[in-house]
Design a protein around this ligand. Structure first.
Ligand SMILES: C[S@@+](CC[C@H](N)C(=O)[O-])C[C@H]1O[C@@H](n2cnc3c(N)ncnc32)[C@H](O)[C@@H]1O
Length: 277
């Protein structure tokens, strides 16, 4: 497949990750965590490297810094390496591993672990925090953000989500002759509140130094690009082939924006910085 075609059909996270609003959301977390002053940093669930790049922009002492960029997807890591290009200095070490195997993936104790937009996927968050804790030096920091928590969708956004799903399912059934299969609730939908995260952190040996919920204006292009991401399509329309699922979700989002005559959908992001006690 020619490179240009593959870029459009690889169902990776890259397009979404490069949107301005998303870069700003993640930059905010890295600044809250003052990540650039650290020398050993883990970018957990690094995906195609969008957050790794933001980290590189903030590193104070390039010669003494190591970033371990970890993801279980070899395709995402390959893409991250390609996208970092010349910026993939000796500073970044990519490791293909499951988050659940963090302790064997990075044997040193590090200064900071950054986990962007992924913690909601993890079924056993207590076990994750224990692993993160033992991979951090005493006083080291965990910084994470998520927009899948109890409170991430303000009540005024509910009309949009209902309309989006209604429009997408109609396209899926009428034009593709498909329906999603009923699946168990995915972990992304079994959500903790901000208070729930804080409590869990304290129970697992962390002090919470910063926690904030920030409002974000989620644009149509965000819904279009996230509708091209494999994990999102599979979670939203289980059992549906990626091409048909992506097409239905993208067109459904456009129609919902047009129906409701809106420019963006309000959404909240949770940012947390916690210190290993
Ligand atoms: C939503 S993307 C976030 C990427 C990046 N951290 C960001 O914020 O832009 C989630 C990433 O987590 C990875 N991932 C999901 N489950 C994982 C697991 N169990 N172990 C390692 N990586 C995982 C996926 O491959 C994907 O690259």
């Amino acid at each position: 497949m020619p490179e240009s075609t593959r870029d459009l059909t690889d169902y990776s996270f890259t397009r979404f990750a490069n949107l301005d609003f998303y870069r700003q959301v993640n930059s905010r977390l890295l600044d809250l965590a003052d990540v650039g002053k650290n020398q050993t940093i883990v970018d957990l669930g690094c995906g195609t490297g969008a957050v790794t790049r933001l980290m590189l922009d903030r590193i104070v002492s390039a010669r003494q810094t190591v970033i371990y960029a970890i993801d279980h997807s070899s395709a995402a890591i390959r893409q991250a390496i390609a996208e970092l290009g010349d910026r993939k200095t000796a500073m970044v070490k990519f490791v293909q591993a499951e988050v659940q195997n963090l302790r064997s993936a990075v044997q040193d104790q590090v200064d900071s672990i950054v986990y962007c937009n992924s913690i909601h996927y993890v079924p056993d968050k207590g076990k994750l925090l224990d692993d993160v804790r033992s991979s951090l030096r005493p006083g080291g920091t965990l910084a994470f953000n998520t927009t899948f928590f109890e409170g991430s969708n303000p009540p005024e956004s509910e009309t949009f989500y209902r309309r989006w799903m209604m429009r997408s399912l109609r396209i899926l059934v009428r034009e593709h002759g498909l329906r999603p299969v009923k699946a168990d609730k995915t972990e992304a939908r079994r959500q903790l509140s901000a208070e729930g995260y804080k409590l869990l952190l304290r129970e697992h040996g962390f002090g919470v130094s910063k926690a904030e919920v920030i409002p974000v204006e989620f644009p149509l292009e965000g819904y279009i690009d996230i509708s091209g991401f494999r994990d999102f399509i599979e979670g939203t329309l289980p059992g549906v082939p990626l091409e048909a699922g992506s097409d239905s979700l993208k067109r459904g989002a456009k129609e919902a924006f047009e129906d409701l005559k809106i420019q963006f959908v309000p959404r909240n992001w949770l940012n947390v910085v916690a210190v290993r006690a």
